[in-house]
Ligand binder design. Structure first.
Ligand code: JF5
Length: 244
């Protein structure tokens, strides 16, 4: 997979050199390039924004630099443009899985009040464009949202997450637990500051462990994300679940 990121704060993405993503790049599983939008400005102040037509507060990012940046970054390779924004469609694990199948992703990090809308309109003539929100709050720019999405997507690439098995146990994973959040997890020591690990987990009875984990996941989902249970299809729950 190739990922290009365009931003006026390219240094914001230094963390992507680290850890899993850094290893994926070193292993050639992932080809990533960060670009400074100001490289496509030609005035003395490298201007990227201006006042909004129609008036109102704040500034809007000019179309010119974005158009040229996308021309160069996309080239003639089929790409998908992702624009993080509070007005976008909500980002879900299913989107991470869908985007992990793509060959080339370009993330356009907007700042201020956003990017001139003609940029997405023009880009949509030659590539799929998605405006995506990572949550209902306003950030100063798309950089943090891009870090979130890049992590959610690249960890799914084959060979990136060391133990493939860990995907299966992920929250929101498939396999009958897809409508539930993860329950509690434990590791050594068996007793810590007076807190015992639930004995069933030390029992070696895998059926009982799986049942206990599902009960805990149901309880936690009911407490933290009841709406996930509302939207779950009937067959998600067996008789035992209904006792929880
Ligand atoms: O603030 C966000 O993106 C930055 C942004 C982009 C365009 C205009 C204002 C702010 C955001 C919030 N949830 N998901 C994304």
């Amino acid at each position: 997979m190739r990922i290009d990121i365009i931003s006026i704060f390219p240094d914001y993405f230094a963390p992507l050199e680290l850890s899993l993503i850094g290893k994926a790049r070193a292993a050639g599983l992932l080809d990533m390039q960060v670009h400074d939008l100001r490289a496509w400005t030609y005035d003395r102040h490298s201007t990227v924004d201006d006042t909004p037509y129609g008036g109102g507060p704040g500034m809007v990012m000019k179309p010119g630099p974005w158009g040229e940046a996308l021309d160069e970054v996309v080239g003639d390779r089929p790409a998908r443009l992702i624009v993080p924004s509070p007005s976008g469609r909500p980002f879900r694990q299913a989107d991470a899985e869908r985007l992990a199948e793509q060959e080339h992703l370009v993330f356009g990090c907007g700042r201020y009040e956003g990017i001139d809308s003609r940029v997405a309109e023009e880009a949509a003539r030659r590539m799929p464009v998605e405006e995506i929100s990572i949550g209902d709050y306003v950030l100063n720019g798309g950089e943090s949202a891009t870090l979130v999405m890049v992590e959610a997507v690249t960890r799914l690439l084959p060979g990136v997450l060391g133990n493939r098995e860990s995907h299966v146990q992920d929250s929101f994973a498939s396999g009958g637990m897809e409508h539930l959040v993860e329950g509690p997890v434990y590791t050594k020591p068996a007793e810590w500051r007076g807190h015992e690990v639930p004995p069933v987990l030390l029992s070696g009875n895998h059926g009982a462990v799986d049942r206990w984990r599902r009960d805990q996941a149901l309880r936690k989902t009911l407490r933290n994300r009841p709406e996930l249970l509302e939207s779950a299809p009937e067959e998600t729950f067996d008789a035992r679940d209904r006792e929880v």
